[in-house]
Design a protein around this ligand. Structure first.
Ligand code: ZN
Length: 141
């Protein structure tokens, strides 16, 4: 095991994100405004556009792509930890088009919300802090 953090369960927040807002920015703003340093969350709903990243493990770099269509959010999951002294959202999601075809990835800035419902559980304990991890090339806790 590379990392272990122990928490006591905290307040559960339900959020509905506003039409036209940015999915990653809105959840991050909520975390910053409410001084959340550790949380786990799930979400569902719909977006007007998905902006995603795929991490190429050999090249050790992200490849960004955008799906500029209206999509259902089948399932989203993420967490809040600390990076460079600020709350940082790490989230992945699966989306579906009008034929039910699914795809997904790591969420990037640029996912435009149609309507998203979020369940966010605050965690009480020493927050996980992200730092550069040589074997993966990523900032991990
Ligand atoms: Zn990721």
């Amino acid at each position: 095991m590379s990392s272990h953090h122990r928490f006591e369960p905290g307040t559960v927040h339900l959020l509905r994100l506003e039409t036209g807002s940015d999915l990653v920015e809105e959840i991050t703003r909520f975390a910053v405004d409410n001084h959340l340093r550790a949380a786990w969350l799930s979400f569902l709903g719909a977006v007007r556009r998905a902006s995603l990243r795929y991490y190429d493990q050999e090249a050790r770099e992200y490849r960004d792509f955008t799906i500029d269509r209206h999509l259902e959010v089948l399932s989203g999951v993420g967490n809040i930890s600390m990076l460079d002294g600020r709350p940082f959202l790490h989230a992945h999601a699966a989306f579906a088009d009008d034929a039910g075809a699914a795809f997904g990835g790591h969420l990037n800035i640029g996912c435009e919300v149609w309507s998203i419902e979020v369940r966010l559980e605050q965690l009480h304990g020493e927050p996980p802090v992200r730092a550069f991890d040589e074997p993966t090339g990523l900032n991990l806790w």
